[in-house]
Structures are given as C-alpha cells and as structure tokens.
Design a protein around this ligand. Structure first.
Ligand SMILES: [Zn+2]
Ligand SMILES: [Zn+2]
Length: 263
C-alpha cells in the first residue's frame, strides 16, 4: 500500500528549521492515489489530474485541520467528474460537516446541490468497530480514541498488509489492544502535537507529547513495529523533534510533507 504524505502537521506554516525551510501543512494522507485519510491538506497539494482520482475521504473527526481542504477539492471537481467523492466517518462528523461547512452559508451544500443532477459529495456514516470494504481491495475499521470531540482512528487493511492511524488522541487503550492483535501490521501512525514542556496543554486539548507517545506505543507490545509520527504543531516543531530524538524507539520516523511510504 502506497501512502503519500500531503500534510503531517497540526496546522499550516513555513518553518525555518535546522534543515532549511519546511512547509508544514495540516494532516492529510493519500493512499494508493484514491483514498484520503483526513483532508487538512488535499487540493492544495495535488494537481487537478491527481484530485480527479480521489474517490474516498476518511475523516477521523471534525476539527478544521482535518477537513479544511475538502471545499477546494469539490470546487475544483464540480462539473468536471462524473463520480461522487464519498466522505466517510462517524455520523456526527458527516452531519457536522454539512451543518457547519457545507450549509449554503459558509460553502454551497455539495452533498445536496439543487439542480445539479447529482451531488459531488456523498456522506457515508461509519459504525465503530464495523469494517467497511472500499474499492481497490482496502478495508477500514474505525476505532474510538480519546480526543476533545468524538474521534476515531482507523485500522486500514490491504491484501497482506495492515496499518493503523491514531487520529488525534490523548492517552487511550482500545486502538493499541487492536494493534497488538492485528495480523500483518506493518506500521502505526501516532500523533504528537506538543513537547513535554507543554504537557498541561496536551492534557487539556487531548493530544500527545513525545513522553506520552512512547508510553502509548509500548502498550502495543511490538517494539519492532515501524512507528510514524505526525500532527506536530509547527510552532513547537523543533522542540518536539529534539525530544523525539531522545526517545528509545529505533523504529520511529517523523513524517514530512512529500514523503512516500510503501507498506
Ligand atoms: Zn488535529
Ligand atoms: Zn483534533
């Protein structure tokens, strides 16, 4: 399974770091050119041809840094493609998207465009712990995690490979228990948003710091499992990177925009 990192941060910013200028972008991962896992970055990082191939968008939750590039996508594709783009998440998330964004005030309701013949967006409500099959031989199971709003992580399975995406989360249990039992698990994506010096903020906003990341990763009991880190807040990126470098986890990779991972 090919995963392309369109955005690996918890916000958008140009950051001058030790290795040059990094263009930090909000969370978005493109899987096998057709499936998005979160959509904080989508249209702004893809050519029109690439955008036309996106058929499914999985949303972990409703926070803006995970949804904000859906409006430009449908604006670009409307009238150009004859397929629907399916937006799949918990019912509260797909309903919230229509109430707060696609509500004919902030943005046209592309889930229900009057007179268009068809609507480019189609909502798909997911049930926790219930696997769905997507075109392209991919199956997805949502699992509740622990964030300030209702949020799921995802177990994503292909032919002989599985990986897990944490969504935004604080300390949690169930998704790690599932990770421990998932066959052919080739990687786990876990969020880190703040450095340990901002632990209070991490607790209040229900995110992880590097120390909490290590604690959560150990719960899986698979020390050789490749661990991919994302969702750093750009303003504290350097501090987080320094703390991650001190962790005793050999399999860790901090994801960067433009990176491609083959699992
Ligand atoms: Zn977020
Ligand atoms: Zn969030």
């Amino acid at each position: 399974m090919k995963i392309r990192v369109l955005g690996s941060h918890g916000s958008d910013m140009l950051v001058k770091g030790s290795t040059g200028i990094n263009h930090c972008r909000s969370v978005g991962f493109l899987v096998n050119d057709e499936l998005m896992v979160d959509a904080g970055t989508l249209a702004s990082a893809l050519t029109l041809e690439q955008q036309q191939r996106v058929k499914h968008i999985l949303l972990s939750h409703l926070h803006l840094d995970h949804i904000k590039d859906i409006p430009p996508l449908v604006d670009n594709l409307s009238g150009l493609v004859d397929h629907q783009v399916v937006v799949a998440s918990l019912p509260s998330v797909v309903q919230g998207l229509q109430e707060h964004i696609f509500n004919d005030r902030v943005f046209p309701n592309f889930f229900n465009l009057q007179g268009a013949g068809y609507s480019i967006l189609r909502a798909q409500g997911l049930e926790v712990r219930k696997e769905i099959r997507l075109p392209g031989g991919i199956s997805v199971t949502p699992v509740l995690v622990n964030h300030t709003v209702e949020t799921v992580g995802f177990v994503i399975r292909g032919d002989s490979v599985a990986w897990i995406y944490s969504g935004d989360t604080h300390v949690t249990e169930e998704i790690w228990q599932i990770a421990a039992k998932t066959p052919n698990l080739k990687g786990i994506f876990i969020e880190v948003s703040f450095p340990d010096s901002m632990m209070d903020m991490a607790i209040r906003s229900k995110h992880l710091t590097p120390t909490l990341l290590a604690q959560e990763f150990r719960k899986i009991g698979k020390p050789n499992l490749p661990l991919f880190v994302y969702h750093m807040k750009p303003i504290v990126r350097e501090a987080i990177l320094q703390e991650i470098a001190q962790l005793d986890i050999e399999t860790i990779t901090v994801l960067e925009e433009g990176q491609e991972i083959e699992l």
